[in-house]
Design a protein around this ligand. Sequence first.
Ligand code: PLP
Length: 472
Amino acid sequence: MTDEPGFATEQVHGGFLPDTTHGARVPAIHMSSGFLFDDFDQARDRFAGTDDGYTYTRLGNPTNADVERRVALLERGAEAILVSSGQAAATVAFLGLLQAGDHVVSARSIYEGTRGLLTQNLGRLGIEVDFVADARDLDAWAAAVRPNTKAFFAETIPNPKNDVLDIAGVAETAHPAGVPLIVDNTLATPYLVRPVEHGADIVVHSASKFLSGHGSGLGGVVVDGGTFDWSASPERWTHLTSPERSLGGQSHVDRYGTRAYVVYARDVVSSRIGPTPSPFNAFLLRQGIETLSLRVERHSANALAIAEWLDQQPEVTSVDHAGLASSPYHDLAQRYLPRGAGSVFAFTLAGGEPAARAFIDAVQLFSRMTHLGDVRSLILHPATTTHAGRTPEERAEQGIGDGLIRLSVGIEDVADLLRDLERGLAAVRGTAAAGREARLATATDVATPDVATADLALGHTVPAPHLIVGDR
Ligand SMILES: Cc1ncc(COP(=O)(O)O)c(C=O)c1O
């Protein structure tokens, strides 16, 4: 038996520093823009970095630091930086590594916002990106590497297809090329997988999702595994290995060793760009983290039950959930996600967009929303929302058809969720029946009013709404 505390214990107690002034059991919310210096010398030393107290919240804040310690611990990283959103976390992580002329290799299946960050924002700064179509194809990752490749990027569980990443495989392809692997672990959370333990070097999160869970505020985290050896090829990381006047002529690697990247990302990138989270949001985030494992366990169990149920429905042509034995990602899920394949996944209706529209408009408990990892169940049609900016061909290549619906399954009672999804299917049957009716009427000029009634009478009853849902 190991003495190491379990996940649930760490998510509640990890990184806690007792309040020696008041004894507060829950750390305070330090809504203070700046911090007092005792005297002239202390001010000088804090600016010089030789006294590590606080100066100004953009550079660090005790409430934010409390969350940073906890997430770093849960992810088994060396250190974390809390920022104001997931997009800010990706931006800081990339800018901590990249400069004009550099190149990134990324999985194609990433969040559209991060794809835009890479292609449009970093692209305009002279940073190039190539996408690997099938992230399981390690030869494709290796083939995309150039001399100026400075980062590999992928998500542990991309949405909406729940196509699990081979973290160790991609890390082992990156490292011989001298490239660190950045992994977005938003949808898995450290409860389902800790990418650093499988070779990832940097982990980013949209903390707005499962880490918070309550859907009450945005946040993001960059976690440095502290494992990448920046001094192995100093010419590739000159911003970390060149002398800095602000460090008394030392380089970041000289002064901070394995912490060089995270210190640079905090002091030179994040503090300059300024995506500082409000300490109040950090407090909300910490409240969420304390129940992370309990929620994710329930999310995952609900999602698997729903995926299995959807898989049995005649109106559904496919279900993209790696927990299903039929999934091409099932083996990877068993290897990396033994506690569950998460709760964001997709299914496809045979009836295309009309069926998706009928389904989504019929549900009453699922919230029609673009958000993920909330305690509430959420539903969205990617082809007309998140992926509307892609061409139909691009969407088809990614398996995002017009009938595909994304779910982020919440922690409600699964029977209620299934009843709600049944409402969606009943509406789809109604649409199909109405379509048939219209076709028959056109073909024979005879009205067939009984078709819809007959279809709906096949034992699929639509229960009366019994919940008042006011959060749309
Ligand atoms: C996987 C992933 N990463 C990052 C983000 C961006 O997070 P945020 O909305 O907190 O900026 C999202 C948002 O949906 C996401 O799904």
